[in-house]
Ligand binder design. Sequence first.
Ligand code: 13P
Ligand code: SF4
Length: 323
Amino acid sequence: MEAVLKFRKDKSVSIDLSLNLEEEIRKLKKELNAVILAHYYQESEIQDLADFIGDSLQLSQQASKTEAEVIVFAGVHFMAETAKILNPGKQVLLPDLNAGCSLAEGCPAELLKKFRDKYPDHILISYINCTADVKAISDIICTSSNAVKIVNKLKPDQKIIFAPDKNLGKYVMKQTGRDMVLWQGSCIVHETFSERKIIRLKTEHPDALLISHPECEESVLAESDFIGSTSGLLKYVTDSENKKFIVATEPGIIHQMLLKNKDKTFIPAPPENNCSCNECPYMKLNTLEKLYLCMRDRKPELTIEKEILEKAAIPLQRMLDMS
Ligand code: 13P
Ligand code: SF4
């Protein structure tokens, strides 16, 4: 009889090969009374197991209203922190605690505080892609899907510092016609898209529309037919009568685009180098194997110091109320 070669994709962990991980995860979900929340940038096999898939805003809204006892967050650290801030009494599990974010890492709270102190008459709006410490010193949080709306709701003479993403900040300035002081952070994934290669792709596929996330650089956004958060991009391609799209965001979203639009073609926007740097290395630290282990062992668990958690909850709740 032919030998069946069984293997696990994630070789960094060792798990009994005979286990059907999907089944085990479903069983554990019931046992723990857990909800699995997954961001669109997760591996498709994780998305397929999630109770809810969404962008940063939708996931925080979902986290704020869940009745589950345990929240398993298949996303990055700042997202799991957000879920914990909104649910201090619940256990929040993240498959890999090292799943960070270049925006959060490039904006330490001590430095942002010094920066903010230079502008005492400004309020600080922080993009949700930041640490709990940064949220704790912010006045309002926003995501890529509500940033323009939130800035538009503020009094016209209100002075604003926007952190940490300079590209989203510039986009919001353009959309609202307001001036803002920008922290100079960026997303290592969205700044990697090559304008040169995108223009070439557009020439090769004149029937394709270019859709981009506002974390992309200004030059890519200028070429775009539509700009939106991950959920905005998904909605746009689903509502559109066009059949082909060049997608300038993390390609994990294409899984949902294809599930909802079987007759359409999605071309991932290429990075400048011949690398896979259009995939978020932090998001991809979460694997099916680690998802199973974190539920089986109920760790790693996300914890936040009480004082920081209480302070961070204020601007976050402000965002949810304004959304
Ligand atoms: P949204 O989830 O708001 O679209 O942001 C994308 C992102 O980069 C998340 O880290
Ligand atoms: Fe952070 Fe960019 Fe990864 Fe989103 S895609 S988690 S912004 S590094």
